[in-house]
Design a protein around this ligand. Sequence first.
Ligand code: SF4
Length: 354
Amino acid sequence: MWRSSIGKIERSRRVIRIGGDVPQVGTLAFGIVDRGTNVIEVRPTTLCPLSCIYCSVNAGPDSTNRWAEFVVDPNALLGALEEVVRFKGIDDIEVHIDGMGEPGVYPHLINLVRGAKSIGGVSKVSMQTRLYMLSEDDLKELASAGLDRINLSIDSLNPELAKRISGASWYDIERVKELVVRALELGINVIASPVWLPGINDSDMVEIIKWAKDTGLGRGELPPVLIQKYIPHKRGRRVRLRVMTWKEFWNRIKNLEEELGTRLSMTNEELNIHRAPQLPKPFGINEDVKVRIISRGLIRGEFLGVIQPLKGSVMHDRVISVIADPRLENVLIGNQVKVRVIENSDNIYIGRLI
Ligand code: SF4
């Protein structure tokens, strides 16, 4: 069933294959995001068959603002990743496969995990997923490819509520629970990361924690559950509810920890997340750059550009999301334009046509 949801997206949006000729740094939509720690985010696809009611990146068949999706060639990703790992020069790197889509639908996931794990300096490979899209055989291959941990997106154990939150009538929480057991048996650690939607899945938090503890999530090394606070995002799907303050959220987490006798939080030190060299930013804010527009960007009114000239290295080459009138599509794609950089934090480049 999830495949027909992907088919629906493919028929309604442009799916762009990103190859080795496109820089892998510069956008949140795909490639590599380096936030200056030992955790490197690797983003292979924006496709997702679900339409979660709170999705911060507005993914899935029900997306209201996307006009393209991306799927990246695994060799392009791995080549860039190797260079970033070498640049960092440390030996406790965690490669975290996530993104603005569901990595479980990426057709080259096993190769990506195997390739990432074989890079000297990478000590862990983890991924964020709903798990439903993977089979037992996939899990077996992922385990032998070296996947260490799954961060499981799961918001309710109640089958009807789980379908409602995920925006997919075919989403089956019982199947997800079976896959979790299988992953643990295969040696892949699993931790649950539900999003707490006050007034919608309050009692579900307790049920998820009890189930996660009983099933052995975290394997005693990590808390079985790390609850996420719901934060409405400007371009994401929003749920009508009263948003918790951070103070209220952490008080409620503390109360749950006491009530259930389980740790539900961890410091960065305990998770072995620490600062590490960050890729340089080759282009500054307000700098005018030459850009070749190669396709639509993820969101309507955005185009994907490659800053010229290229040097063939992640230290320099960047893609940039260029904001422009969508009606200019036929004029822009395939051509070179001048763009002013308006954002570059963490090497995520946004620019405006000048
Ligand atoms: S929250 Fe994750 S699983 Fe849900 S629609 Fe968004 S990307 Fe897909």
